[in-house]
Design a protein. Sequence first.
Length: 64
Amino acid sequence: MGAYNFTKERKKIYKLHVEGKFFRDIAKECKISATRAHQIVRRVEENVPKEELEKIKALAAQKK
């Protein structure tokens, strides 16, 4: 399997998910379907290194 392309848009969607937003709210904000938002989050969690995901989670926790 090739490298997963973790784009700005996917990073934004994952960040919103970590902040506790519902998929329908993410979908409205990013102008995609809720199913697509869920699919992106699932793929990000499967393919992006854990360290990078932990950084995003830590940043979201600091904002709260």
